[in-house]
Ligand binder design. Structure first.
Ligand SMILES: [Zn+2]
Length: 496
């Protein structure tokens, strides 16, 4: 006889959900990589059915009384954290009626499908018709979640991706960045105008690029027994901790993006591979949040991968896999990977201008969800902020403006802040690692990466969702999230 029968029943129920989520993750990966066009419709239908089944499991009527009685049982610290996460999943899932979720999925799919042709045609007017329907249904969901969670509408949506984060806090953090970013960009640009960087000469055969990417994944200690690298239009990391699937995309005329994209996804992948095996299948073993996840990919890509020290490791590999050329000297590779150029497109943005893209999307989507602006107001807000933050003129250019991302078409409102919060967390992790390892850069340059990787494993990966984000942050770094680390990182790298 167990001392916590209700908790045990919940554990069994959540393990069952995890098994279905496993199959869902692999089906999604296959859908993004290898599915032949003829399989598309049937797969979409099957995945819709699986998603509906999972939603029924998460909202099953027997869960509410079990969650209530488990809260009165004698549970150890880990089980209590697990129960807290179960309650969170349940609160979010039960806030939304099936019919509304279904209607929103269909509106999102319709908007996304039309967007594929509307974007190249710069057809904002046509796109806005569908987007208004997505926004209407998202606002309805935000209202219901807001009632259930006792949060503002936007905060209720953001809580799906970044539990515990509130827009008042995001305003504070992003407000700090806005106060120094435009001036920093100007200074870096003035400095880089005087520097010469030699472009790498292609073409770069795709097979060589793939071999190079896999070699760098091994350097970063990715476990190929428990995962693989493939190709998709939009790179991502999927699968499950026991079988992590990551993707990149290659272009013969340049190697920079496939390689750095792979390093980014490897950061996501190693977090997944090192979530605590003993707790797998339970909500407490899930990654803490989207910003913490992004802090791992950006630890790999930005903090480690684009550092001057790491170029000592990359440069010889570039020569080995792609052939020797003057561009592949460490200083020049550093120059290639740290060029700052304000541009239209978020996913192509450099490390310094990237936060501007996120801040402007965050500010617009929050107004939109709170009902303080309408879809028709988006282009003017966009133009104004792009000019203010990046001095880029986007008037009339909708395809490279508010039509460029997929997030708003598929209803993922509240996600954008996670990118820049992740960059801030990553800077804070590395500031902490540096206080503990004075010789970090020379270790990295020699290929000794265990100082970084062991710290991330012990402080982030193995904790998974055991602590809420703020506590995880304090335990790892001694204090709450502080954007000053991000500023200090950018100044050291780009003005130091
Ligand atoms: Zn990422």
């Amino acid at each position: 006889v167990t001392a916590h029968p209700s908790y045990d029943q919940l554990s069994a129920a959540f393990l069952r959900m995890y098994r279905f989520e496993h199959l869902q993750a692999i089906a999604m990966w296959d859908h993004a990589t290898y599915i032949p066009p003829g399989g598309n419709d049937a797969r979409s239908a099957a995945m819709g059915e699986l998603a509906a089944h999972l939603h029924r499991l998460r909202t099953a009527p027997e869960l509410a009384p079990l969650l209530a009685s488990a809260a009165t049982e004698a549970l150890d610290e880990l089980a209590r954290a697990n129960l807290r996460e179960m309650q969170r999943v349940h609160r979010h899932a039960t806030a939304l009626p099936d019919a509304l979720v279904h209607e929103a999925t269909i509106a999102g799919a319709r908007c996304e499908h039309a967007w594929r042709t509307q974007r190249p045609a710069n057809d904002w007017a046509g796109f806005a018709v569908n987007l208004k329907e997505v926004v209407r249904l998202t606002r309805r969901q935000a209202e219901l979640l807001s009632d259930q969670l006792g949060l503002s509408k936007y905060d209720a949506l953001m809580d799906r991706f970044e539990p515990g984060m509130r827009s008042a806090e995001v305003d504070r953090l992003f407000g700090a960045v806005k106060s120094w970013l435009p001036e920093l960009i100007r200074k870096v640009r003035a400095r880089q105008a005087k520097q010469t960087v030699i472009a790498a000469n292609g073409p770069f055969p795709l097979a060589a690029q793939k071999a190079l990417c896999e070699r760098v994944m091994k350097l970063l200690q990715f476990d190929f027994d428990g995962g693989r690298l493939d190709v998709s239009t939009h790179p991502f990391t999927g699968g499950v901790p026991e079988d992590v699937r990551l993707t990149t995309r290659y272009s013969a005329d340049q190697f920079e993006n496939s390689l750095m994209g792979t390093i980014h996804e490897t950061g996501h992948a190693r977090y997944e591979q090192h979530r605590p095996r003993a707790w797998l299948g339970q909500p407490v073993s899930e990654a803490r949040s989207m910003a913490i996840h992004e802090s791992q990919s950006l630890s790999f890509e930005m903090q480690l991968g684009r550092s001057r020290a790491f170029m000592q490791l990359l440069a010889p590999l570039l020569r080995e896999y792609l052939g020797a050329q003057p561009a592949f000297e460490p200083d020049n590779v550093f120059g290639l990977y740290t060029r700052v150029r304000p541009g239209f497109i978020r996913v192509d943005a450099d490390e310094v201008t990237y936060p501007a893209h996120v801040i402007l999307r965050y500010e617009i989507e929050r107004l939109l969800i709170e009902g303080e602006c309408e879809v028709d107001d988006i282009p003017a807000l966009w133009d104004e902020q792009m000019m203010k933050l990046l001095e880029v003129d986007t008037r009339g250019n909708y395809k490279d403006g508010p039509m460029q991302d997929i997030h708003w078409t598929d209803g993922a409102y509240g996600y954008f802040p996670c990118y820049t919060l992740g960059a801030m967390y990553a800077a804070q992790w590395f500031a902490t690692i540096r206080t503990q390892r004075a010789a970090l850069d020379s270790e990295i340059a020699r290929g000794e990466l265990s100082g970084v990787l062991d710290w991330l494993q012990a402080n982030i990966w193995e904790n998974a969702s055991r602590f809420e984000t703020d506590e995880l942050t304090r335990r790892a770094s001694g204090g709450p999230l502080d954007p000053a680390h991000f500023k200090a990182h950018l100044e050291a790298r780009y003005l130091g």
